[in-house]
Structures are given as structure tokens and as C-alpha cells.
Ligand binder design. Structure first.
Ligand SMILES: [Zn+2]
Ligand SMILES: [Zn+2]
Length: 262
């Protein structure tokens, strides 16, 4: 028999066997570790999903949205660009933005579990939702850049949740991810509970571009990714720093949009 044919035959048999072993392993794993809801841990049909109760309690954003931040707005889109009151009152240094869900109910629990609960797999689970919502923002040759963490927080949490989301989205959408394009040399106090003005003041000057990575994002459209957008101060600072570093247009994507309840 031709030597190569023999090798090919062996290879084909190998891959067939490997696929069968993988299938068997998967079904064994499903018995030992059945797929769980990423919200409450109840058994579900497929990996990385939500059970129907958690799905109902997750305020996914749909319909008419603010082009700048993705917050839901009443009424139907009439073909003209619409922005929410926040974005009109605080002009944004980015082009367009979207958010996957409102920061409430199960969405809030998921974000907190990803951020503080050592549940990095949540980023993988939400990637298809992020890719769907981000579709109108995606541009050719776009680079995904996560909002950076100060090293001391990175050390505490072991990972940057925004970078996990950025990586998962980049994989899903087939984009390049540049996790160290931005750095945060100055530690800021937590933004929770601060007024929008205090948030803008505290973040000002806290973020820099990484001179080693300017070649990566120069003249390219950028998609900034973070877990939560509240006042937009952090996104604004990052967007400005990207532009100062020579990037093209900047777009933003938040997993959750926190809105003031008033
Ligand atoms: Zn559940
Ligand atoms: Zn808005």
C-alpha cells in the first residue's frame, strides 16, 4: 500500500475514534456534571444558559434604544438618531454604544458574580448576547479594548472582568482583542454611591494608553467593553485616551446599563 495512503487512512481512523471518544466523554460529563443555569444553578438543557425563571428575571434590552448608551427608550424609532436625556446632557466622546441588559434583577446578580464571585465562566455564557447587541457597532478591522483595572484590584480579583468580557466577545465576533491597550496607573476609590460629577472628577487622568500597544490600535476603530455603564465617566475617559493615542472612531459596549431610579 502507498505509504501516504496508509498514513491518511490511519489519520482518518484516528479522528473518527477521537470524535467518538469526545462524544462519549461529553455524555459522561453531562451525567457527572449536568449543565447548570448560570444564574441559580438549576439543571438546564444546555451549557451556559439560563433557566426559564432566571431568564424572565433578566431585563434584556430590546426595541428602541439610545444610540449612545443603549438604554431603552419609549416609542418606535423613526429613522432619526435618538439619544436618552443623560447622553444629551453629557455629550459622549464616542460614536455609538449599546448595553445588553439593565443593571437589575438577575442581570445585577450575574454582573456581581462575574466581578466578585469568582465566576469567570459567566463571560463565556454572555458572549453571544453581547455579540448580538453589538452588531450595529461592529466595523471592519475593529479592535476590542476592555476598561482596565488598577493592578491592586487585579491582584485581589485575579482577573479583570471587563477583559474576560472583551476576550469572549472578540472570539464570538471574530475581532482582535487587545487587553493591555489601556492601563490604570492610579487607583481610584469605588464609584458606587458617587454623583455623576464626582465620578467624572475621580476618573479624570486615572487611565493612560500603553505606549507599547499604540501600534495595535492606531487609526483602527475601537470597541470599548465594560461590565457596567453608570454615568459613562469611565467610558468617556477611556474613549478620550484611545483618541489621544491615535485610535479611529470609538464605540462602547456594556454588559449592563445602570440607570438612576427617580
Ligand atoms: Zn436559573
Ligand atoms: Zn444614552
Amino acid at each position: 500500500m502507498d505509504q501516504r495512503l496508509g498514513q491518511n487512512g490511519t489519520y482518518a481512523a484516528d479522528t473518527g475514534l477521537r470524535a467518538r471518544v469526545q462524544m462519549l466523554l461529553r455524555s459522561v460529563l453531562q451525567v457527572v456534571y449536568p449543565p447548570r443555569c448560570i444564574g441559580c444553578g438549576a439543571q438546564v438543557e444546555s451549557d451556559f444558559g439560563l433557566c426559564s425563571a432566571c431568564w424572565r428575571d433578566t431585563p434584556f434590552i430590546a426595541g428602541t434604544v439610545c444610540e449612545c448608551c443603549g438604554v431603552p427608550l419609549p416609542g418606535d424609532a423613526d429613522g432619526y438618531r435618538i439619544e436618552c436625556d443623560d447622553c444629551m446632557a453629557t455629550p459622549r466622546p464616542w460614536v455609538d454604544g449599546r448595553s445588553v441588559m439593565l443593571y437589575a434583577g438577575q442581570a445585577r446578580s450575574l454582573v456581581l458574580a462575574l466581578k466578585h464571585g469568582d465566576r469567570p465562566e459567566i463571560a463565556h455564557a454572555v458572549a453571544p448576547w453581547m455579540a448580538r447587541v453589538a452588531a450595529p457597532l461592529l466595523r471592519e478591522d475593529m479592535v476590542v479594548i476592555p476598561v482596565p483595572l488598577h493592578w491592586s484590584r487585579l491582584w485581589q480579583r485575579r482577573y479583570n472582568q471587563a477583559a474576560l468580557l472583551g476576550q469572549a466577545l472578540a472570539n464570538q465576533a471574530g475581532l482582535q482583542h487587545c487587553p493591555d491597550a489601556l492601563i490604570r496607573p492610579r487607583r481610584t476609590t469605588p464609584q458606587d454611591g458617587k454623583s455623576p460629577q464626582a465620578r467624572f472628577e475621580s476618573i479624570s487622568g486615572a487611565i493612560r494608553f500603553n505606549p507599547k500597544q499604540t501600534g495595535t490600535f492606531k487609526d483602527r476603530p475601537v470597541l470599548l467593553v465594560d461590565d457596567v455603564m453608570t454615568s459613562g465617566a469611565t467610558f468617556a475617559e477611556c474613549a478620550q485616551v484611545c483618541r489621544d493615542g491615535g485610535s479611529g472612531d470609538v464605540f462602547v459596549l456594556a454588559l449592563a446599563r445602570a440607570v438612576r431610579e427617580d
